[in-house]
Design a protein around this ligand. Structure first.
Ligand SMILES: *Cc1c(COP(=O)(O)O)cnc(C)c1O
Length: 371
């Protein structure tokens, strides 16, 4: 155990951005001088490159990850009177995307082992109103998509990936973004692939869906001043698309470096009070978040913070207990597994540029914790 205290933030984009600053500046200049800022060549190229990266046919840029999910649902005609099933342990955007279409979010339990949606508990939530299931690739690990797909197929439901945390992850040799009817991605700056501002994308093999999402995100317009839907304004601008192209070319390398830190943690953290993430054998996680669990989570968090280690919780309140969703009428105890995860989960530092020594220090501090 080292006696020297280190300062390790929970996350940082500093090193990533230091390494690409010249490329970013050149690109900025190029787009700036083109005088074209919305729906131009950079977006077109990024969409082609990202679709190809996801082993999918189509990508449509949009304003953010929330809109990506909402536009998919709207394009499938999901709205008032419909229900969409999603896990209770997710970021609020997954649920809000459903609510903004007029449909009702129906929460279900995650699996306590891998924290993604429990396929065995979906069927009991299906009603005559159910139209779709959203599976969230939580913390960077794909949900068990084949198991979920077996159910959505049986009932004729759409299956949508919330891939906001899993750019570049694999499930049974297949990339996220190609695992369901459609996928929503976020390029929020903190995601594995992040813009220098907000951004998002829909990825799909379904050309009709891609066309409809594109129109819906552009005022419902199929061509200029011709509006076939009551659409939104949700577009990925030229600057962000240009920056994302630079970052996409480094994403696999950055994900690989994240994986090295994660593997060090998996190897070095040996505290019987701490549960490490479980990565299924058929999956390759991109470790958007390194989530450990501990019954004494709050004391462990204080202990690490005191030693200069930044932490986070994903997420401290499950969706069914959020004040914003009070009208859905849930109470504590309704989703015990989601509640167990939210009260014990702690996210520890993991970012590109983190050194081996820093990760070792984090592991040592966790190992020296006891109650
Ligand atoms: C970040 C995130 C979103 C929303 O993305 P935004 O770009 O912030 O709108 C949706 N779902 C999950 C699981 C996320 O982590």
């Amino acid at each position: 155990m080292t006696d020297r205290k280190m300062h390790i933030p929970y996350a940082s984009v500093e090193e990533m951005h230091r390494e690409i600053q010249n490329e970013i500046r050149v690109k900025f200049e190029e787009v700036y001088c083109s005088n074209w800022f919305i729906q131009g060549e950079e977006l077109k190229k990024f969409e082609e490159e990202f679709a190809s990266y996801c082993d999918s046919s189509f990508c449509v840029g949009c304003g953010n990850g929330l809109d990506a999910l909402m536009l998919i649902l709207k394009a499938y005609g999901i709205g008032t009177g419909d229900e969409v099933i999603l896990p209770s342990n997710t970021f609020i955007a997954t649920a809000l995307a459903v609510i903004y279409t007029g449909a009702v979010p129906v929460f279900t339990e995650p699996d306590l082992l891998d924290y993604t949606i429990d396929a065995h508990k979906i069927e009991e939530k299906i009603t005559a109103k159910t139209k779709a299931v959203i599976a969230v690739h939580l913390y960077g690990q794909p949900a068990d998509m084949d198991a979920v797909l077996a159910i959505t197929k049986k009932y004729g439901l759409k299956l949508i990936e919330d891939a906001a945390q899993a750019h570049g992850a694999f499930y049974r040799g297949r990339k996220t973004g190609s695992l369901a009817d459609a996928a929503g991605f976020s390029f929020y700056p903190g995601k594995n692939l992040g813009a220098l501002g907000d951004g998002g994308a829909v990825v799909t093999n379904d050309q009709n869906l891609a066309d409809k999402v594109r129109a819906l995100g552009n005022y419902g317009s199929d061509y200029k001043y011709h509006h076939i839907y009551k659409g939104n304004n949700s577009r990925l601008d030229e600057l962000q698309a240009a920056f994302l192209r630079i970052k996409l070319s480094k994403l696999d390398f950055w994900n690989e470096k994240r994986r090295e830190i994660a593997e060090l943690y998996l190897d070095r953290i040996k505290n019987p009070q701490v549960t490490l993430p479980y990565i299924r054998e058929d999956c390759e996680s991109v470790y958007h978040i390194f989530a450990i669990r501990c019954q004494e989570r709050d004391s462990l968090e204080k202990y690490l913070n005191k030693r200069g280690i930044g932490t986070n919780k994903h997420y401290p309140i499950p969706m069914h207990l959020q004040k914003a969703f009070l009208e859905l009428g849930f109470q504590r105890g309704d989703f015990p597994i989601a509640e167990e995860i939210s009260s014990t989960e702690l996210s520890i530092p993991l970012y590109y540029g983190m050194t081996k020594r820093q990760a070792e220090y984090v592991a040592e501090c966790i190992n020296s914790f006891s109650v």
